[in-house]
Design a protein around this ligand. Structure first.
Ligand SMILES: N[C@@H](CCC(=O)N[C@@H](CS)C(=O)NCC(=O)O)C(=O)O
Length: 218
């Protein structure tokens, strides 16, 4: 019988959606292969036909597990949770699970898509926004989105987003904070966001998922 194929993550070092999945893989202690997809080189390798065959949306990450190809990082986090339940990245109770998914959604569905590379490129290239206006756009959506997350975290948070074990919401939070820092957003009022991010950054498995620790980091 052929050996099982290794889990493979198509990832870009600075992609926060890829970072979410790297965090989950590492928190679960799973072995996986990274296949870098450079979002800028060659006009964007995410748009190459070979990659579009994996993910027709032309976005990273993509997760391949044997014959299964998964797109959308939130779907990957849920898939990993179902396939490899321990350690759990979702709490046991339905209300806790709903809260975690709501925080993850507030980040992955409400903040991130507005500030994606292709959106920023469109603002500048097609709509003629200046660099300054592009940054104002970026900061507005990040700061207002994280301000809502800060309030959501104020209700029932422990060392991490939900209790004292890191989970799916944390996999979304830290990469978004990384992006916010990269674009010099003002995070000064976000006490809970920063406290939890610091707790996450203290974990080895999380540090190994960080952009600067990726094989394709520049
Ligand atoms: N909702 C998608 C978002 C994926 C996404 O936007 N990926 C970004 C990098 S973080 C990307 O590939 N951008 C390429 C582009 O904008 O051209 C997910 O969660 O997987």
């Amino acid at each position: 019988m052929p050996p099982p194929l290794q889990l493979t993550l198509y990832s870009y070092w600075r992609s926060s959606a890829s970072y979410r999945v790297r965090m989950a893989l590492n928190l679960k202690g799973l072995d996986y292969l990274i296949r870098p997809v450079h979002l800028v080189k060659d006009g964007g390798q995410q748009l190459a036909p070979e990659y579009l065959a994996l993910n027709p949306q032309g976005l990273v990450p993509a997760l391949v597990d044997g014959d299964t190809v998964i797109t959308q990082s939130l779907a990957m986090l849920e898939y990993l949770e179902e396939r490899h339940p321990a350690p759990a990245l979702l709490p046991a109770d339905p209300a806790g699970r709903a809260r975690v998914r709501a925080i993850a959604g507030a980040i992955a569905c409400e903040i991130h898509p507005l500030n994606n590379l292709r959106v920023l490129k469109y603002l500048v290239g097609e709509l003629g926004a200046s660099e300054e206006r592009k940054l104002a756009w970026y900061r507005h959506w990040t700061e207002s989105g994280l301000s809502a997350v800060e309030k959501m975290l104020g209700q029932g948070t422990g060392a991490f987003c939900q209790g004292d074990e890191p989970g799916i919401a944390d996999c979304c939070l830290l990469p978004q904070v990384y992006n916010a820092r990269r674009f010099n957003c003002d995070l000064s009022g976000f006490t809970e966001v920063l406290r939890i991010s610091e707790n996450l950054e203290a974990l080895d498995s999380v540090r190994q998922a960080a952009p600067e620790n990726q094989p394709d980091a520049e």
